[in-house]
Write a protein that binds this ligand. Structure first.
Ligand SMILES: Cc1cc2nc3c(=O)[nH]c(=O)nc-3n(C[C@H](O)[C@H](O)[C@H](O)COP(=O)(O)OP(=O)(O)OC[C@H]3O[C@@H](n4cnc5c(N)ncnc54)[C@H](O)[C@@H]3O)c2cc1C
Length: 456
């Protein structure tokens, strides 16, 4: 059996790339090792609530996942947008607008004008700088810094001022101001993520694609610098060769931490190998500790569809976010119940894998949750979780050209895709954008339908 293209992984990027290629008439197989689709954005039911393993809201102003769905005929209904952005200020929640009143507004206006007036390509020059260094050209107002840095805490899970990436944050602000005239347009796909991934896979199969699942790609087979296909893992005996699937092109959706093991030693260019090693280091992961909270009343700061954030909880001092999912889509919770996620980011360079530290922080964090969101005191249940797979943290120096490109220099037919590659944006949006780029790279042309989208 020979395919035109094999896609390794059915995460957001793999599903998008595979679907676009199938729509363009390519014979495509997507190989996914999990039983579920969506990769880090898969979801499952817990005590009647849909809990996303990864996915919360997607920040797509119409340029990435929404556009790809439209192209392949999948309806993705956007939930209503968040209606407020409360920010925790020691003793209580305040609307974010209260932090940059009066003359400071002019500073924010100058930042918005500057970012919308900057070319996307120029943002690459800021890959090694912090957001504040860029903003300081237009304002010195702490309140204005706070607004965009609070958004960075929510989006990028970065927390110290020198760790908010200028280029990643500016890219997102520019895209959202230009497309939706707002700092951040985010939504929940009505019906939930599992429904969306299944519908994408159905559309892909209807276009002639095949999803091979659960199957794991053990090795990408390359001979004389030309890809030949992939070898699947032998389920009976891992030491013995598995089935070989032949293809001229292989698109790899595995994140950087799973990438190297797919290739024999020496196949990937040395510098790429070293960059992958840097990015895959656990210390470079975006991490948080959190609680899923179910209650009979919404556990919120001030409104049901808000994006709330904070720079420091009272006891842990950790920055983070809180989000009431049921406010966006009531179908994700049992009637009369509400689901909230509260997440507090931690520094992987200091605490990754430190169980004792996690345990002590979880205790303090719950007391903080009760202080900050009093309705949590009446929770029906709470579920602590530790997130270490959100992605490679978008700090200065870890974004842009240090990330793997879609194209692998010196290897014919191997393409890389996903949120850990050079794509810009956030999470699912970034992964979908990368999926479009990968499909266009395989086809060797821009698809007219995506011509006005930003390409990375
Ligand atoms: C807890 C959490 C919360 C998050 N919240 C948000 C959010 O609110 N908003 C947002 O936009 N993003 C969020 N993200 C990030 C978002 O989930 C990811 O950015 C996005 O899903 C990445 O998609 P991807 O396609 O690049 O990679 P992945 O989703 O990682 O997909 C890779 C796929 O490849 C498969 N695979 C890997 N190796 C092989 C192999 N050898 N053979 C076969 N299959 C293989 C994997 O099983 C997986 O399905 C969150 C992530 C986490 C973990």
């Amino acid at each position: 059996m020979k395919y035109d293209v094999i896609v390794v992984g059915a995460g957001t990027a793999g599903l998008v790339a595979g679907s676009l290629l199938a729509k363009e008439g390519r014979r495509v197989a997507i190989v996914e090792s999990h039983r579920y689709l969506g990769g880090r954005a898969m979801s499952h039911r817990h005590r009647g609530h849909e809990i996303g393993l990864g996915s919360h809201l997607v920040e797509d102003p119409g340029d990435s996942l929404s556009r790809a769905c439209e192209y392949i005929g999948v309806t993705m209904e956007h939930s209503e947008r968040s209606d407020s952005m409360p920010f925790w200020d020691r003793n209580g929640w305040k609307p974010i607008q209260e932090f940059y009143g009066g003359a400071a507004k002019q500073g924010l206006k100058r930042c918005i004008e500057a970012v919308t007036g900057t070319e996307y390509s120029e943002l690459d020059n800021w890959d090694h700088a912090s957001l504040r260094e860029w903003m300081a050209q237009y304002t010195n107002d702490e309140g204005v810094f706070l607004v965009w840095e609070a958004i960075s805490v929510l989006e990028q899970i970065t927390f110290r001022w020198w760790e908010h990436s200028a280029s990643e944050n500016l890219y997102t602000r520019k895209l959202h101001y230009e497309k939706k005239r707002t700092a951040g347009y985010s939504f929940w796909p009505m019906g939930g993520w599992e429904k969306l991934w299944n519908e994408m896979a159905e559309s892909f199969t209807a276009m002639g694609g095949e999803v091979l699942q659960p199957e794991t790609v053990e090795r990408v087979v390359v001979e004389e610098r030309q890809v030949k296909g992939v070898e699947l893992r032998n389920k009976e005996d891992r030491e013995r060769p598995g089935t070989f699937l032949e293809a001229d092109q292989v698109v790899i959706n595995a994140p950087v931490w799973d990438l190297s093991k797919l290739f024999d030693e020496g196949v990937l260019p040395w510098d790429l190998q070293q960059r992958i090693r840097l990015l895959a280091n656990n210390r470079n992961k975006a991490c948080w500790l959190g609680y899923w909270i179910a209650a009979k009343e919404p556990v919120i700061a001030s409104s049901e569809r808000e994006m709330a954030s904070f720079f420091a909880t009272p006891r842990t001092g950790m920055p983070g976010f809180t989000l009431n999912f049921t406010g966006y889509d009531p179908s994700i919770s049992p009637e009369g119940e509400y689901l909230t996620c509260f997440g507090a980011a931690f520094d992987a360079t200091e605490h990754y894998g430190d169980r004792q530290w996690y345990d002590s922080m979880f205790k303090k964090l719950w007391l903080d949750v009760e202080d900050m969101l009093p309705a949590a005191k009446h929770a029906l249940w709470k579920k602590p979780h530790i997130v270490t797979t959100y992605g490679v943290i978008c700090k200065p120096g870890l974004v842009g050209s240090v990330r793997p490109d879609t194209y692998v220099r010196g290897l014919e037919g191997v393409w890389l895709t996903g949120d850990t590659t050079r794509a810009r944006g956030i999470g699912i949006d970034k992964a979908a954008r990368s999926g479009i780029t990968a499909a266009e790279a395989v086809l060797g042309k821009r698809l007219p339908f995506f011509a006005d989208t930003v390409r990375y």
